[in-house]
Design a binder for this molecule. Structure first.
Ligand SMILES: Cc1cc2nc3c(=O)[nH]c(=O)nc-3n(C[C@H](O)[C@H](O)[C@H](O)COP(=O)(O)OP(=O)(O)OC[C@H]3O[C@@H](n4cnc5c(N)ncnc54)[C@H](O)[C@@H]3O)c2cc1C
Length: 234
């Protein structure tokens, strides 16, 4: 199957005979190349990582998405054999457990993709309803302009001039944004956050017309950029 040079089962065979890698960290690319061959690293993992996080698998740690596989490599010789063994054991133990009807249906009909009725936003909408019904207040479109940490309290100032004082603060804004907010009150922490690399990303979606139909190449999100993701015969 193009662009792979050999059938995919070669990758599995290679893993069975591959030697254990280094103990420490390594890139996702080097790990996959060593265990499953250069084609899997180039044509499967590279596009996958670019699609999921717009990152370069040659620079991203194996622990980002494949931590479990790296750990398996450290414990057993072959990932394929170890995974097959785990699946067999899991099936045996699951046979003993009674499953909910939906799980049984999914298994019986072989669902590989699922969604929520009304789309995935149903999930976040339900979370918002739950939080608000339990006394939480959510502020939208509100830029934080400064954070001051004083003793056990944090004073948060917003663009609207509003202020909040809190004993617990969880930040989910990018490190670079938090760095500037903490610059005055915590220059040390701010410096560490500032050193975390940050880049802007552009996504290009390419559509290529081919002889046998229309093929979409590229994309973002969970599509496999660089791989054929959909073919429609005209
Ligand atoms: C091209 C691309 C494709 C991706 N595809 C997928 C995918 O398919 N599946 C997947 O799971 N993940 C995907 N990701 C990764 C995913 O988008 C991120 O992991 C996720 O969005 C991170 O969420 P977050 O809330 O941590 O940060 P963000 O989504 O970056 O949210 C941070 C928020 O903080 C806000 N903010 C910043 N400064 C302030 C301030 N001073 N005051 C108030 N608010 C502030 C920003 O406006 C922003 O809304 C993709 C990423 C990229 C770049």
């Amino acid at each position: 199957m193009q662009p792979f040079q050999k059938p995919l089962y070669y990758a599995g065979l290679r893993d069975i005979f591959a030697k254990r890698g280094p103990m420490g960290d390594e890139s996702m690319h080097s790990f996959v190349k060593r265990r499953f061959g250069p084609d899997v690293a180039e044509y499967l993992i590279d596009p996958l990582v670019r699609g999921i996080c717009a990152g370069d698998c040659r620079e991203i740690s194996v622990s980002f998405l494949l931590k479990e596989l790296k750990e398996t490599e450290m414990k057993s010789r072959s990932i394929m054999l170890s995974t097959a063994k785990k699946l067999f054991m899991k099936k045996k133990s699951e046979e003993k457990k009674s499953k909910p009807e939906l799980a049984r249906k999914a298994e019986h009909e072989g669902w590989s993709v699922w969604s929520l009725q009304g789309g995935l936003e149903t999930l976040t909408d339900s979370m918002v309803d739950h939080l608000c019904n339990n006394g939480a207040e959510i502020k939208y479109d509100t830029k934080i302009t400064s954070i001051e940490l004083q003793g056990k309290k944090a004073r948060i100032k917003m663009e609207s001039w509003e202020e909040i004082e809190t004993e617990q603060l969880i930040s989910a804004i990018p490190a670079i944004s938090l760095a500037s907010l903490l610059k005055k009150s915590h220059p040390g922490v701010s410096k560490i956050l500032q050193d975390i690399k940050c880049v802007t990303v552009g996504t290009v979606i390419t559509t290529v017309l081919m002889r046998h139909g229309m093929t979409y190449l590229g994309g973002g999100g969970d599509s496999l950029s660089g791989s054929v993701v959909k073919t429609e015969v005209c």
